[in-house]
Design a protein around this ligand. Structure first.
Ligand code: ADP
Ligand code: MG
Length: 627
């Protein structure tokens, strides 16, 4: 009975034989060079990567067999390669794989749509790697020796989640027949190993319905596929969906996981957004508008009244400055970081949420972050890693190449505070802990919101002293807006009118019946101005398109910026205060001017752009200094 369970002999049918011969013709006719690479490159090269469309063109039957019963079809593939080239090296025995890439669209399944009906299927999922463990080997075939008779017992460990040990020395294999687990020792030299890595992939934040918790799924990489991804990567995983029932579990409930065949990395964010020729035409028309900046501002959170300067800054942040690599190889960020610090109830959170949705890769997170990864990243040893260290990406890594909107930043944890320094300036996060050393990308623009030291601004103390954040962190923000909520007749009137209109419009849009004393149509007409000039969809495309423009400052613009910077340094804004003016602020001018040029799709950052940057910086400095 034992032998039957652990036997390496399997029975292959006619169908398996026919699959093998199909693979043989495909590989020898269409993938000759790939096949010879494996032979020449073994043990470093152990996989043949097969583009699904090649297979489909060559042999549609085989291609559909791969989709319908991937385990069987791919087993046949590696069998035929192993038969042709029996290769062995160290702990690796005949580990040759056929890995399918570029799966057709109809097997691309959003993670949140994965169901039982996909079990055993070859599917393709897209998302961002949230967790990845250290790489560790596991045993694929153990070789035991009986201490009594010296007989060797081979056990194929084909269940990746369960380990089988010999219980007796089988007579049928010339053994002594004695039972007892203690009688056997594992022969490491003859045992075959395979590397393995566990990861968790999560739906990309921008594809998640707003407010919904992003769905995620566990995946395993093995052998030469390990180490190809790390937390924070945006990837497509192609693999076979499986269910696992924990042997000790008290319920019939199972966990799903993906057995990964191949990984495809997505590089550019802005390729994720589809921009058609019609869109480009519309984008170009928008960029010519004489009221462009005003319209862009009016498209950023229309439900919020006022804050036109702050909103202009947020618009420029969405476009960003030009990231640069200097001649010495160092990198200067193009991302603009903005901090909104103000009294409660002034719509800070609302602005953050809006920008998170508008940005092509936006994330909204709270400083009091609920996840263990916090804002940056952590390495933890918990259940997920099954005894291994796991690297887990936080908000700033997940928002790589997008906007990280971090609310309640003053309540941030201490670990986050220190990694935030690195994340905001060099735009990487380094982790060196136990088995894991990694550097993750965090090329995100940070939009932070915080309350002042005492909850709200006190009149009697200078504002700059009420900003409860270390100067090193503050100096990384390009703009810091102080928002004070003091009763002000004119402002209160316009804000309240605005909020009331927003609410009335919102209810009127849902009301189907005529009401006595209420003219629904009039309400809708009167509040037409609350509609954004450009909707979110076209704004996102516009921003994505503009990111491919790399404006250069003109001589005059450069001079203007230099003069402005010299002036604020002389005036000593922020002297003796927690808001320092350093050379970082000079870079802020440049980034803002570049962003302003990008916003109108211009390759040249002119004096007008420089002036826009200067006004923003002077506006914020005056607000911090003034009372
Ligand atoms: P904060 O995060 O600054 O404490 P919130 O963003 O939670 O404040 O805003 C509180 C509420 O007040 C929100 O419903 C918001 O819409 C409203 N609100 C405050 N100021 C404005 C404004 N200027 N325009 C429109 N709504 C506002
Ligand atoms: Mg808030």
């Amino acid at each position: 009975e034992l032998q039957e369970k652990n036997s390496s002999v399997r029975y292959y049918t006619q169908e398996d034989a026919s699959l093998e011969s199909k693979w043989e013709s495909f590989l020898t006719l269409a993938y000759t060079s790939e096949l010879s690479e494996i032979v020449a490159g073994f043990p470093n090269i152990r996989s043949v990567y097969v583009d699904f469309s090649d297979l489909d063109k060559f042999d549609p039957d085989l291609a559909s067999a791969v989709l319908e019963d991937p385990d069987r079809a791919l087993d046949a593939a590696s069998r035929i390669i192993k038969k042709t080239y029996p290769l062995t090296f160290g702990g690796l025995k005949d580990e040759l794989h056929v890995r399918i890439t570029s799966l057709p669209n109809d097997v691309k399944i959003p993670i949140s749509h994965i169901r039982t009906c996909h079990l055993g299927d070859l599917i393709s999922v897209e998302g961002i790697i949230r967790k990845s463990t250290a790489v560790k080997p596991y045993i694929t075939e153990s070789v035991y020796q009986c201490r009594i008779c010296g007989n060797k017992i081979h056990i194929i460990q084909d269940d990746a989640r369960k380990y089988t040990e010999p219980t007796e020395c089988p007579r049928s294999e010339d053994g002594c027949g004695k039972a007892g687990a203690k009688n056997f020792k594992l022969l490491y030299k003859e045992t075959a190993f395979l590397d393995n890595q566990k990861i968790e992939i999560q739906e990309a934040p921008d594809s998640v319905r707003s407010g919904a918790q992003p769905a995620s799924i566990i995946a395993y990489l093995d052998d030469d596929a390990v180490g190809s991804v790390t937390a924070g990567d945006r990837v497509t995983l192609n693999g076979i969906l499986r269910a696992e029932h924990k042997s000790q579990a008290m319920t019939p409930q199972c966990d799903l996981y993906l057995d990964v065949l191949s990984v495809e990395t997505q590089q550019d964010v802005y390729e994720e957004i589809e921009i058609t020729d019609d869109d480009i035409a519309e984008i170009k028309t928008i960029s010519q508008s004489p009221t462009l900046y005003k319209d862009l501002v009016a498209s950023v959170s229309t439900t919020i009244c006022g804050y036109d300067v702050e909103k202009l800054a947020l618009v420029l942040q969405l476009f960003g400055g030009v990231p640069k690599t200097l001649d010495d190889g160092s990198r200067v960020r193009g991302d603009i970081h903005i901090l909104l610090i103000g009294d409660p109830g002034v719509a800070k959170s609302q602005m953050l949420r809006y920008i998170a949705k508008m940005s092509p890769r936006g994330i909204y997170a709270s400083g009091k972050s609920s996840t263990s990864a916090g804002l940056c990243a952590t390495a933890v040893k918990d259940d997920f890693g099954e005894g291994r260290w796991t690297l887990e990406a936080g908000a700033l890594v997940l928002a790589d190449q997008g906007n990280a909107c971090i609310d309640e930043m003053d309540k941030m944890r201490d670990e986050d505070r220190s990694s935030m320094h690195e994340a905001m300036e060099s735009q990487t996060i380094s982790i060196a802990k136990a088995g894991i050393t990694a550097q993750l990308n965090s090329r995100a623009s940070v939009l932070g919101a915080a309350n002042p030291k005492f909850g709200r601004f006190e009149d009697t103390i200078p504002f700059s002293e009420q900003i409860d954040m270390p100067p090193a962190l503050l100096s990384r923000f390009d703009l810091i807006f102080v928002i004070i909520d003091k009763p002000d007749e004119a402002r209160d009137r316009s804000t309240s009118t605005h909020i009331i209109s927003t609410h009335r419009r919102g209810s009127a849009r849902q009301q189907r019946n005529d009401l006595e004393g209420v003219d629904l149509q009039k309400i809708l007409n009167d509040t037409e101005t609350l509609k954004p000039v450009y909707d979110r969809q076209i704004m996102r495309k516009y921003i994505a398109y503009a990111k491919n423009i790399f404006p250069v400052l003109t001589d005059k613009a450069a001079d203007l910026i230099q003069d402005a910077y010299m002036k604020i340094r002389q005036q000593g804004y922020g002297n003796n205060s927690s808001v320092p003016i350093t050379a970082r602020q000079l870079e802020a001018y440049i980034r803002l001017a570049e962003a302003s040029a990008r916003a109108r799709l211009s390759n040249i950052a002119t004096e007008e752009d420089a002036q826009r940057a200067i006004s923003l910086i002077e506006y914020y400095l005056q607000k911090i200094a003034g009372q």
